[in-house]
Ligand binder design. Structure first.
Ligand code: 5GP
Length: 116
């Protein structure tokens, strides 16, 4: 069940402000309020979906492709295409997800250590 009161749902409804990097009809990209790296941007689709699996179930191929193409647009805007970056999406309890609206973390601007 999707929680309509999660913080990203409130951001999508413009009830809470955010620092936007890029937005179109399908998705919103904004800076993380508590950045873990020099560049830490979050990307969310504009449909009610709680995690990656839910996003795949509820989206059509057009929305899916637009969302992932938008990630590339944001990577270019952030100018981290050459230096490198990490894409992360946490899902559920074992994945360490805190906000139950599907999101992708775009991390970069510095060297990030390897996942063990
Ligand atoms: P998760 O652990 O769910 O993958 O990541 C949630 C992320 O959302 C965290 O990195 C956290 O700092 C960020 N976050 C939580 N609340 C807010 C908020 O109100 N505004 C913004 N911009 N980021 C938030």
């Amino acid at each position: 069940m999707y929680d309509e009161n999660n913080i990203f749902a409130k951001i999508l409804r413009k009830e809470i402000p955010c620092n936007i990097v890029y937005e179109d009809d399908t998705s919103l990209f904004f800076y993380d309020i508590n950045p873990l790296f020099k560049i830490h941007v979050l990307g969310i689709p504009k449909i009610a979906c709680k995690d990656y699996s839910d996003f795949i179930e509820k989206s059509d191929s057009s929305l899916r492709s637009q969302f992932f193409e938008n990630i590339k647009i944001v990577i270019n805007k952030l100018d981290i295409s050459k230096s490198g970056y990490r894409l992360v999406s946490n899902s559920g309890t074992d994945g360490g997800q805190e906000v139950p609206h599907f999101h992708v973390h775009i991390l970069g601007g510095e060297k990030i250590s390897a996942i063990k």
